[in-house]
Structure formats: C-alpha cells, structure tokens
Design a protein around this ligand. Structure first.
Ligand code: FUL
Length: 578
C-alpha cells in the first residue's frame, strides 16, 4: 500500500472518503453471507478464516525513535541548575567567579534523586556546565571546575555522584552542556572551541554510564563573541557515544524547545515538525508551540520552567505552589509534551525543604485526580472495530489498559469514529484524558466529548485539537451516565490507546451541592475555579486558562503574564476578563 500523503487535503477530511468504501463494504457483506449459506457444501478454506488475526494498521509517518518513545513515556524530568551561580546569587555568571566559592558542604545527590523519584520524575538533568563555564565534573580540558573548588578539597565530582544515585534509584540521567562559555579562552575561535566542546561532551558521554538526554541551547548575551557551533558534528558524536540518548535544542533533532520558559505548550501541539524550519538560538515561538501538522520530522516538545523565579537557587526566592505546578502539568504533559521542571539545589547542596513540600503536594494532587479512572467500570462500545467483531486485538476495551501499545482501532473506511461509555449510573467528572499509540504516528486532528443529557440529547462538553502521546482537557464539572468521545478529523484511521475520565476536586463546579457553576465558555480550553460555597459566574473568550482559587473566601490568581485578569473578591462575587 502506498504511503499516505498528509498534504492531500481530502485526506485530512474524514467526510471526503465515504461512498465508495461503503459500497465495497456492502458487497463484501453480501458476498460473505452468500458464503455462509453455502458453507456446508462448499467450504472456503482460507478466505475468511477466523483464526488469522487482522494485521495492525500501517503507521503514518513521521514516527518516533525508540529513544524518543522512552523519553515521552517518562512524562516528567527534573532539571538541576547548580554551580558557582548558586554561591554568587546570579543567573548568568560572568565566568570569572573564583571557583573556590563552590562549597556545597552537605551535597547529597541521593537526596536530589529521591526527591525526583518520589514526586514521579523519570529522569534528572544536571547543568554540568552553565554559561559561566564552571564544570561540575573534573574535566581534563579546563581547571575551571570542581577540581579548583573548596568542596572536598577539589576531589569532588557532582556528575559522578548524581550518576551513581540515579543508577541506584533506576531513573534516567541527562546532561546540559552550555555551548556559550564565558570562561573558556578559546570561545570565539571556531575550530578550536568546537574541538574543546566536543572533547568535553565526550568526557560526559563516556565516563558516567548511560546518558538518556543531552540538553543544549543557543542562549548567548548581547554583544558576546561571535562564533559558529558545529551542531551536526556534535549531534553525530552524541548519537555515536550514547545511541539511546535524545538531544534537546530549539530545533531538535530529537526533542524541541516549546518556545517559552513557562512550561506551557500550545493547545494544538504536534510532534510533527520540520527541523530545517527551526534555528537553534533563534526560535519562532509560534512554530515551536504548535509543531507542524505537515512536518516531516518527529520532534516532540519539552516544556521547561523553574519551580522558582530563577533557574539557580537564590535565598530570596520561593517556590511556586503545587496547584501552579498542576496547571503547568495539564498544559505540558496534558498537551503531548514532556514537563521539565527545574528544582535548583541550594548552597548547602540540598534541595530545600519548601521545594520538597511543594513537590510532595504536587504528587499527592496528581494521585488524587488520576488514580481513579471512572471509565474503568464503564461498558465500552465503539462505532466499529478493525477486523470485525471476532477480532479482539483492536477492541475498545484496550483503551482501559495502561500504556500506549494496545489500542482500539476502527474498521477501515469509516466516516464515523467514536467510543461510547456507559457508567451504569450518573457520575460527575471534569477531566478527559486521551492517548494515541504514537509508535504508529500522531493522527488525531480534532475530537470532542459529548454527554447524554436528561432530555435525551447529545451535548458537547469540550472539544480539542491534537492528542499525541497524551491530551488532558479540563472542563466545568458535568454529570452523566452516558458519554462518547468522537474523533472529527484525523490524518489516518484514528487509534486510541487510553481513555481516562476523572473528577479533579480542585476544579470549578465541585461545590458542596455538587452542581455545576453557571458559566459561558467560548473556549476549547479549561477554566478551573475552586470555590467552597459560593456561586461563580465566568465569561471567557480566551483559548487560554485561568486558575482562581478560593479558600476562606480569599482569592488568589495565577496566570500567564500575557493575559489580563480582574478579580473582585469582596462579598464573594468574582469576575474575570481575559
Ligand atoms: C536558558 C539559559 O540561558 C538559562 O540560564 C537556563 O539555563 C535555561 C534553562 O536555558 O537558555
């Protein structure tokens, strides 16, 4: 069969390919019933044998590599910004700080790893060298490193400690090696510095066991020395030395920067991308946020953000709240991306207690919401099933099995694609989770969720664009016994590997009476309000999200700086404008 061309406009529109396949289906049906009636006298040995399984559908290009798949399944990584900046209260060190100031007397990489692991992070990524050039391992190519630090009289090696701890705990290890180096004298001399950088990279990738991710960027201050980075040579070296590692940069090759440092992906977010349309150090945020439905390369996005205002630890800064992290989780992991949360160790060499507390709360909140999938006890039926009723491989029941490798597939050449759920009783919920088996490509373009109302009508609760590895959509709490997920547009037959229906108790509408707050939304996105006993009215025209938290009748709001929000908290009334 020919590869399907995603640029063919009729291919994007499910309605464009109905009549002929339906006719074929009818003829096949007629033919098979004729055979059934003549079966006793004229057996058909192989044509309709029920014992041979229907092969899986063809994948649709581009597809992820094994390393990209394992990266995506990890969902969350912990970034560790640590170095001389931790001791000089700076973000971009000059490169001239005295290396002896590096003295984290209580440094315990096992604590970092335990914090990461118990909060659900699958890998840790260390700034082995930030822009100031100070190296957290004893590089042979510079003395601006732990070798010149007071810490352990110059005998320490942060990367080695972290590698051991990560290996023991069974979580992945990644390294950030900043291309921009404000200390190294050869920076600016192109050939020399590229050799130097590759020599340092080789040290990192050969001395510390398996490295799962290499992180680099094009960040550089105004007016700094100009030079060319030989990215293609770097990438080849990294893949040669660590074939299982993904390389992160603004343009991939394996995972791309989402284009902001707030951890937020676009509400449409393709893993499809054209590497050649992106430039390291000169990102087009729009292109990165959304990816490219016509992209030829598989380059899913990573959403980086710091738990604190700065990337490095500063005594004056405090961590974000667990609810803010939850909001970012919905907008990163819930939008087909990896959530890279920076939690900087402090100057004693430990992750601060207040950060740990937030991470523990964040883990508990996720556990509360996502450990109870209401769909688990539902009766599931699908609009059709690949291979017909006797084929169990593509049964809709697979959407309740954790993971992406088993899935529901519809019969070929259908015009309607949906999965229906019957809870048996009426239940309240406000979160939809959908996952695609991305090893077969990213397919779904548009989808929506309907509930069956008391007057017997189907009513759309929420609609969305793109699914990919995982889509989480929040909406005002609704109550229903019957619901259906409908796929409206897809690049190829849609496949669904997981469906979740949850009640997020931190969301709008879960007031004491259990009734939904009146609201009007023009958005396909989420509004989440937490209120105890009060009525809430909200009108939003935005595709973005706001979060309002009301407890003890006091209100606080967290939102992106590009959005405007007005809140009135007096006499328990509230209005918001975006
Ligand atoms: C940027 C850097 O300039 C910041 O200091 C930080 O490391 C962030 C993750 O990447 O490019």
């Amino acid at each position: 069969m020919k590869e399907r061309n995603a640029r063919d406009p009729t291919f994007l529109n499910s309605k464009a390919r109905e009549p002929i396949p339906q006719l074929i289906g009818f003829v096949v049906l007629l033919f098979s019933s004729l055979i059934a009636t003549t079966k006793a006298t004229a057996p058909v040995p192989f044509l309709f044998s029920s014992s041979s399984p229907k092969p899986a559908p063809l994948p649709i290009l581009p597809l992820p590599s094994a390393a990209q798949l394992s990266w995506q399944l990890g969902e969350m990584a912990l970034f560790l910004h640590f170095g001389t900046n931790t001791f000089t209260d700076s973000e971009w060190g000059t490169g001239h700080a005295d290396p002896s100031i590096f003295n984290p007397t209580k440094l315990d990489a096992r604590q970092w790893v335990q914090v990461a692991k118990s909060a659900g992070f699958s890998r840790v990524i260390l700034t082995t060298k930030h822009h100031d050039g100070f190296c957290l391992w004893p590089s042979a190519y510079t003395d601006y490193s732990v070798r010149s630090a007071s810490w352990k009289n110059g005998a320490g090696n942060v990367l080695a400690d972290l590698a051991d701890a990560a290996r023991e705990a069974g979580i992945g290890l990644g390294v950030y090696l900043s291309p921009w180096d404000r200390h190294e004298a050869c920076y600016g001399r192109t050939n020399e510095y590229n050799e130097f950088y590759m020599a340092q990279m080789s040290e990192l990738l050969t001395g510390y066991g398996e490295i799962k991710e290499v992180w680099l960027d094009g960040a550089k201050g105004e007016g700094e020395k100009d030079m060319e980075y030989f990215f293609d040579s770097w990438f080849a070296l990294i893949h040669q030395l660590q074939p299982g590692a993904v390389i992160f940069s603004d343009a991939g090759p394996d995972t791309r920067w989402i284009g902001d440092e707030a951890g937020v992906a676009g509400s449409t977010c393709w893993s499809l991308f054209n590497r050649s349309s992106a430039k390291i150090g000169d990102t087009d945020p729009q292109y990165s946020r959304g990816g490219d439905p016509y992209g030829h390369d598989w380059v899913p996005a990573e959403c980086d953000v710091s738990i604190r205002p700065g990337w490095f630890w500063h005594t004056s800064e405090r961590p974000k709240s667990a609810l803010t992290l939850l909001d970012i989780y919905y907008k990163s992991v819930g939008r087909n991306c990896l959530f890279l949360l920076n939690v900087p160790p402090n100057s004693s060499g430990l992750i601060s207690d207040e950060d740990i507390q937030v991470l523990e709360e964040f883990a508990k909140i996720r556990q509360t919401i996502f450990s109870h999938n209401l769909a688990k006890n539902a009766v599931l039926t699908a609009s059709s099933k690949r291979g017909g009723i006797d084929e169990s491989q593509f049964d809709p029941l697979h959407v309740l099995e954790e993971g992406i490798f088993t899935y529901w597939a519809p019969e070929e050449y259908q015009s309607d694609w949906s999965i229906n759920l019957d809870f048996g009783v009426s239940l309240s919920f406000n979160v939809l989770q959908v996952q695609e088996p991305i090893h077969k490509g990213q397919r779904i373009i548009e989808f929506h969720l309907d509930i069956h109302t008391e007057d017997g009508e189907w009513k759309t609760v929420i609609s969305g664009t793109t699914v990919g590895y995982q889509r989480l959509l929040r909406f005002v709490t609704v109550k229903s016994q019957y619901l259906r997920i409908v796929i409206d547009k897809s690049r190829a037959d849609p496949l669904i590997s997981y469906l979740g229906i949850y009640l997020d108790p931190f969301s709008i509408g879960n007031d004491a009476s259990g009734t939904s707050s009146p609201s009007n939304f023009n958005s396909t996105e989420v509004i989440r309000l937490t209120s105890s006993n009060h009525s809430l009215n909200a009108n939003f025209n935005s595709t973005e999200v706001i979060r309002l938290t009301s407890s003890n009748h006091s209100l606080s709001a967290n939102f992106n700086s590009t959005e405007v929000i007005r809140l009135t908290s007096s006499n328990h009334s509230l209005s918001a404008k975006m």
